[in-house]
Structures are given as C-alpha cells and as structure tokens.
Design a protein around this ligand. Structure first.
Ligand code: SF4
Length: 687
C-alpha cells in the first residue's frame, strides 16, 4: 500500500543544525535509562540502533558516568570512566550511524545524587549535605577548588573519549536533580560563600566553565548539548524559571542545543494517571525566544498535530521523546510515510521506568520488543515469516490474545481469534474505565486497528468453544489467553492462606466492581495486598461515588510498587485529597459482623475497622480450565493436526499488562521453534 505524508507534517522533517552536525529531521530521542547500560552493551546498541532505523534523527544515550568518583550503583547506567569503556560505546554509535542518525551521549557527574556504593569513594557536592539518592547513611562532602578543577578535567577527558567513541553530540547535564552541575545551580544545595555560591552568576559558574571546556574538547567534531532544569518546582528555595530566564541571558548562546526539562525525573515523566500530553508546555513556552540555539523539549508527544503546532508556534525546534520512542521506535517513519494509524502510542504507565529501578532490561507495555532486540532478536515492526502454512487459534481478546493474534498474523499465519464478549480488550477495556487509566485503552486500540487490516486474521465475538470442539477445527497451534480473575479469599502478598470469615459480610473483588457491582452500605474497606495500581484505583472510584472509603495495606505506604513507576507519592496524595482514610502496616485477618479485623505487621496487635463491605485487592488466579482440558486431550492432538497448545499471559501467570503483551508476543514468535535457545543470550565478559 502506497501512503503519502500529510503536508501539515512537512515541518517535522526539516533538517536542523546542531553546531558542526546536522540532524536530518526534528525527531530527537532524548537520553533515557534502560536498565541495560554498561552491563549489556550489545543489547543496548541493538535497542538504540532500532530507534535510528525508525527515523529518530538524534538518538541519545542514558546518563553516562564520567568518573568513578560518582557512581550510581546499584543502578545500571552508562559509564565512560576511561578508555576501556570506548569499545562498548563504539557498538552503540555504529548501530546509530548505520541508519544515518546522530549519536548523542549524556555525560554526568552525579555528585550528591550518587551514593558511590560500588567505588565506596565519599560522594561530593557544592555543600555538606546528605546524598539525595536512595536513603543511605552517607553525606556528600563539600567540594574544594581542587575538586572543582578535577571535575572539570574529568568532564573534558570524558568528552574526548566520547568523540573518539563516535558520538556526534556531547551533553552537559544539569537536570532532574541528578547532576553536580544542577546542585551547584540550585540554592537548595549550594550554600557556598565563594565565587561558586550566592548570586546566580556564581552558582552558574561551574556550568559555564564545563560548557566552555566541552566546546573546546569536542574541537569542532561534535555538537554540545545542555540539558537543564528550567524550574525545580519547589519555589524560591530552588532554581526557578525566573532564574532560567536570567541564565539564558548569560549563557544562552554557549551550547549548540538546549534540552529543557522540568523538576525532578518524576515531574518530567509523569504517568498518564496524573498528566496528559505536553503537560508542562507552560514552563517551556517562551524560552526559545531567549536563545538563537535550537531547543528540545519533551511532553510524551504522540500526536503529530501537537508536534507540528509546537514547531510552528516557535515553542520547540526538536520534538524530544523518551517514552514515545520506547513505545514506538518507528514513530517518525510512520509520520513520514503517512502511516498515522499505525502509531503505537505510549500509554503513560511508566513500566519502562521500572526497568531502571529494578536494574533489569527495559520493558514496555505497548512495545514487547523493547529490550529484546538483541537477546531475542525481536523487532518492533517485523516478525519472522511463518515456518509453514499452519493455522492458529487464539482464545481470548485481552492484551495477551490481541498481541498473539496480531503478531502471528504478521508472520503470515492464518489466525482465528475468538472472544466470548462483544468487544476486544479483556482486562484492559475494563481497567481503562477506572479513574485516570483511560489512556491504557491504547493497548487495545492499536492492536484492534492492525487486526482490522489483516486479511489472514478473523475475529469472532460472543464465541466460546469447548476443548472437544476446538480439536474438531484442526488448528495447528493454540494460544489460550483467557485471562485471570481476582480472588475473593484474600490470599495475597502478605497472606498465604485465606482471610477468615466469622460472619458473612459483603466482600467484592475488583472484577465485580469493574462489572458494575457496588458494596452494600456506605462504609467500605479496600484491602490492598497487591501493591500496584488496582487498590488505589478502587478506592478512588468508590470515594468518587460518595462512599466512605478506608484503604488498608500491609505495606508502610499505599501502592508501594508504584515507587518503581514514580507515581506512589501522587497516588497517596490524591487519595488523601479525596478524603480516603489510609491505614498502613496492617494486614487483614478476618471479617466479622462489625467489619474487618486487621493485624499490625510489626506488633501483631489487632483492631477492627468498622465497615459495611470490603473490596479485596489481593491476587488473581489464572482462568486455566480450558488450557488444562486441552492438555488432558494431548493424546488426541496428533489426529487433530494439533502441534502445540500454550496458556499465555494472565491465564498462565497473572501479572502486569506489559507481561501479558510480552507473553502474547513470545507465543507468536515461538510458533515453529523447537525450544528456547540455550544458553540464554547475555553479554558475558567480552562484547
Ligand atoms: Fe509508554 Fe508505558 Fe511503554 Fe513506558 S512502558 S513507553 S510509559 S507505554
């Protein structure tokens, strides 16, 4: 099918100069972590290479430590401590250059944002102050003039190594509260009385010096970018937008490109539950007028109309993206080729961020190939051709089933998808109706739109089949994607056994609430022993309907796992604002006629939370009956032409939507393979 680019988007494909180099278009993949970094260089290179292949004119590294005096262990970021790191970086730059894109490296000295748990060298910063990373009983020491000179030298040397490694753009990083240069800039950390403290000109002195050093060190062979916080969002005790305006008056012409960020990382990468596309345009708008140098900014942009508007209105010169480039590495190419309907839009769930916080390779709800480009050979757009003219049945149209059907269809198999309800999406369709989760619907919309175009995939609604009927239809491979159901018995993370019921009261599961059931009475307890989003979403839904809601969790905070998606503080804050009563560090013990008896996780002491009803958000059980029936009929598979049956996604092992999508993709990729490749691919020793 021939498609043509919409002329309204031509502006997005204009080349832009960045000092001595030229970006071929305005799509700029800004630095983002990935949980692979220095540990998995081959995987990292493959991931970045696919971004370049997908049309991003600039592809940047994650933050990259310039020296061992500042290490962010246990987090896995980049390292360019000395020449021994250059070969790993060459892998990355070659992969990016192979597709005509510019490679950028974000150099960082993390200072008081690093605990140096690997090198054990005392951290340092502008002033004596506890480190701002994970809580650890250590303080950063105040840097003296010699330390400042050392830092400048380390940054220069890292710049020279970066150019040798093939980078076209070298970043000077002063953002996200993660960089010594920002710590000097910010009055909250800088209480020096020498020429590096006090007035803005002094606090900005080190940033100016490092920018000048970097420009000299690249020697005209690379552009220099400055990534800087435009407002720390903490008022006058921090660096403010007014100071940013003043700063641009001082050094606005120094770097070759500005990359503006807002607040700390959780402020810059807010989940869709709390912010939509372009959420902080107000803080970026107008800054471009204060410099002649091009400007990059982010806002989880997935709409080409928004992108074109930002360029036309002079807000930005480059469309910066981390998450949209993760969800769809081919986003620029799809716009360029007029394939707007094929864009896989980021849903703003921040599962990608959890890879950094768990120090594991990046993953993405929308893009199952993210982080798997090298070790599994997955590509976001291309599947291996089918191995034979086999027919595949997918049972269930939730996230795993949709991905399985779409990806198997892309391989060229004949696929039948049967769904027992009238619509696709399974749990995602239901969960997207919970407060704040509407964008999650994109998981369904993208896949449903692709399936619509596939002549080799047929979808049947309000359909179900028994195991015997399935065998009669002579499919060769079957994916059972029947999902999972929330438990009513209270078994969850903190409880291996069921919650006691001394007296039957109204207990509901999230499935029942999402299907429209409501608790009896006005006082409802939500017991969250799942610790991701569902417990807080239930509480938010019910309090919004006028019920008196108490949320109880065995953890010391609400939705504790959402620390890894950087939204825990927002979730707890919203529940408090809405009037939800929060009881932490208590686990449910039994239900009585008076309410829920809970036990302190520290002392074991009991108390009763009076309520009329309870919603248990604890764990789920796979809907595995059909898969087990099919396994029981294994002796009949041969005569029915059936080769393989797999339970996929939640019906195998309930987990996140991302895990379900990934498993659906794995099913489609595995069809025709004999076994998992052994040994499992990983970078061992040499690259
Ligand atoms: Fe977007 Fe979620 Fe993918 Fe991250 S994991 S890129 S937030 S869809």
């Amino acid at each position: 099918m021939t498609t043509v680019r919409d002329a309204r988007y031509d502006v997005l494909f204009e080349p832009v100069r960045i000092g001595p180099v030229t970006a071929r278009n305005r799509f700029f993949q800004v630095p983002h972590c990935n949980g692979m970094g220095y540990r998995d260089p081959s995987a990292l290179a493959a991931m970045r290479g696919i971004k370049a292949e997908g049309g991003w004119a600039v592809v940047a590294s994650e933050e990259t430590e310039i020296h061992h005096s500042s290490d962010v262990a246990p987090y896995i970021e980049g390292r360019i401590w000395d020449d021994r790191d250059i070969p790993s970086h060459l892998l990355v730059t070659k992969a990016i250059h192979a597709h005509g894109s510019l490679a950028a490296i974000e150099l960082v000295h993390s200072g008081m944002a690093a605990n140096n748990m690997y090198t054990r060298i005392p951290p340092m910063g502008p002033s004596h102050h506890p480190t701002s990373g994970d809580l650890y009983p250590i303080q950063a020491r105040r840097m003296d003039k010699r330390d400042i000179a050392d830092l400048r030298r380390w940054h220069r040397e890292a710049t020279v190594r970066s150019v040798e490694a093939g980078y076209d753009i070298v970043y000077v990083y002063a953002g996200h509260n993660l960089s010594t240069l920002q710590h000097f800039l910010s009055p909250r950390y800088n209480n020096r009385t020498d020429e590096y403290g006090g007035a803005l000109e002094n606090r900005a002195r080190l940033l100016r010096e490092v920018l000048e050093d970097t420009l000299e060190a690249v020697d005209g062979k690379a552009g220099v970018a400055c990534r800087i916080v435009v407002d720390e969002l903490i008022g006058p005790s921090g660096f403010t937008r007014a100071e940013m305006v003043e700063l641009l008056g001082m050094i606005g012409e120094l770097p070759d490109v500005w990359d503006f960020v807002v607040g700390a990382w959780p402020d810059d990468s807010v989940t869709s539950r709390f912010a939509g596309e372009g959420q902080r345009e107000d803080l970026i708008r107008g800054l471009k007028d204060l410099t002649s140098k091009p400007v990059v900014g982010v806002g989880r942009f997935t709409s080409p109309d928004t992108m074109a508007r930002l360029i036309r209105q002079g807000v930005l010169d480059f469309i910066g993206a981390a998450r949209p480039s993760i969800a769809d590495p081919y986003l620029p190419r799809k716009i360029e080729e007029g394939r707007i309907g094929e864009i896989r839009e980021c849903i703003g769930c921040n599962i990608c961020v959890s890879g950094d916080f768990t120090m594991t390779p990046i993953r993405c709800t929308q893009n199952p190939s993210m982080g798997e480009e090298w070790r599994r050979g997955w590509h976001p757009e291309v599947m291996r051709p089918r191995h034979a003219d086999d027919r595949i049945l997918v049972i269930g149209g939730g996230p795993a089933g949709l991905e399985a059907a779409m990806s198997a269809g892309r391989r060229g198999y004949g696929v039948v998808l049967i769904e027992e309800t009238r619509e696709l999406g399974g749990r995602v369709t239901k969960e997207a109706q919970l407060p704040g989760l509407a964008e999650w619907r994109r998981v369904v919309e993208y896949r449903a739109a692709q399936l619509d175009r596939m002549a080799n995939v047929d979808c049947y609604f309000e359909s179900s089949m028994s195991a015997g009927e399935i065998l009669a239809y002579e499919f060769n491979h079957i994916a059972v994607a029947t999902g999972a159901s929330w438990r009513r018995d209270g078994v969850g993370v903190s409880r291996a056994g069921p919650i006691g019921f001394d007296d039957p009261v109204d207990v509901l599961t999230p499935d029942e609430v999402m299907s429209g059931s409501r608790p009896a009475g006005e006082r409802v307890v939500v017991f969250d022993d799942d610790h991701y989003y569902m417990g807080s979403a239930m509480a938010e839904l019910l309090v919004g309907e006028g019920l008196i809601v108490t949320l109880i969790t065995p953890e010391p905070e609400v939705a504790s796992w959402t620390q890894k998606t950087m939204e825990q503080h927002r979730i707890q804050g919203r529940l408090l604002d809405l009037g939800v009563r929060i009881v932490v560090s208590y686990t449910a013990d039994r239900v009585t006629g008076d309410g829920l008896v809970v036990r302190c996780t520290y002392t074991g002491r009991e108390r009763t939370i009076e309520c009329d009803a309870a919603v248990f958000v604890t764990s789920r059980l796979p809907n595995e009956a059909l898969a087990l029936e099919l396994f029981d009929l294994r002796d009949e598979w041969g005569s029915a032409g059936l080769t393989s049956v797999r339970a996929v996604g939640d019906s195998l092992s309930p987990g996140s939507v991302a895990a379900a999508v990934w498993d659906g993709h794995r099913f489609a990729d595995d069809v025709g393979r004999s076994a998992e490749p052994i040994p499992f691919p990983r970078n061992v020793g040499a690259i």
